[in-house]
Design a protein around this ligand. Structure first.
Ligand SMILES: [Zn+2]
Length: 275
């Protein structure tokens, strides 16, 4: 059995403010370690459930947060940026389950810790598929679904977990903190959070038959509303991408891998448009 782990940082127990997740931040070394240990807890749960092969994708900032020498030796690490599928890098045919660890809610979610969609809260206001607002979790969940792989485990703050349940009701959700505000939370002790992630990871494999892959059928319309008009000005130049409204662009396609990659590229272009 093979498991794909995608790791983000904002949803790790104890993380509440942006600078804690910023490589330039004073406390970043502590929080990257806590992120690594939460990923390890998920790996341990998977191994207990009989999983033999684990691939971990580092999906925060420039994808170089997880400490390679402290990561569980059973896992292979995919890190660095830019890379084609970023937080979904490594996903492809042959995985039985995906775990999303340390994830957060979409931009604009109330009562969520560090809610944002795609790289930076100053870039994307809302991203939609077929008119329905999405999160990084759902966007990456559909990438897994494209390869027939269910998102079996999702960990993060309470708002992020309940948002993911709207996309797939039976995902094993592990809540490690409750938001008190955008940059404030009441959090479990990291050790307790890791215990819950470990048992959640094991349970997710045990009840895998009840967790369907997230799928999109037919032509899919991607719409991205940026924070600033200049970002849409830059992105609408790509062939096939249309302007919608003052801040938005859209693209319709049948191949979800292409749509996922396009979203990542649009976010990078939007970032470049701010400089
Ligand atoms: Zn993120």
């Amino acid at each position: 059995m093979r498991v794909f782990v995608s790791a983000d940082m904002e949803g790790v127990a104890g993380v509440v403010r942006d600078e804690q997740t910023d490589p330039a931040g004073r406390d970043y070394p502590l929080f990257r370690r806590l992120m690594t240990l939460e990923v390890n807890a998920a790996i341990e749960g998977a191994l207990e459930a009989g999983v033999q092969e684990i691939v971990v994708s580092d999906g925060h900032w420039s994808g170089t947060n997880l400490l390679p020498d402290e990561l569980h030796p059973a896992a292979e690490l995919l890190s660095g940026y830019p890379r084609r599928l970023y937080m979904g890098e490594g996903m492809g045919p042959g995985f039985d389950a995906a775990y999303f660890v340390g994830y957060h809610a979409s931009s604009g979610t109330r009562d969520a810790v560090l809610d944002h969609s795609g790289a930076d809260p100053r870039l994307v206001q809302e991203v939609r598929l077929g008119g329905i607002p999405q999160s990084e979790g759902s966007l990456t969940g559909y990438l897994c679904g494209y390869f027939d792989c269910p998102v079996a485990l999702f960990t993060g703050d309470a708002a992020a977990v309940s948002q993911m349940h709207q996309f797939c009701l039976t995902v094993e959700g592990v809540v490690v903190k409750e938001s008190l505000a955008h940059q404030a939370a009441r959090s479990l002790h990291p050790e307790l959070a890791r215990q819950r992630i470990r048992s959640g990871a094991r349970r997710a494999i045990e009840r895998l038959d009840n967790i369907p892959p997230m799928r999109l059928e037919g032509t899919v319309e991607l719409e991205v509303d940026f924070v600033r008009t200049a970002m849409a000005d830059s992105c609408e130049r790509i062939p096939g991408v249309r302007r919608i409204g003052s801040r938005g662009v859209a693209y319709a396609g049948e191949d979800y891998v292409q749509i996922y990659k396009l979203f990542l590229a649009l976010v990078d272009l939007a970032q470049a448009a701010t400089s």
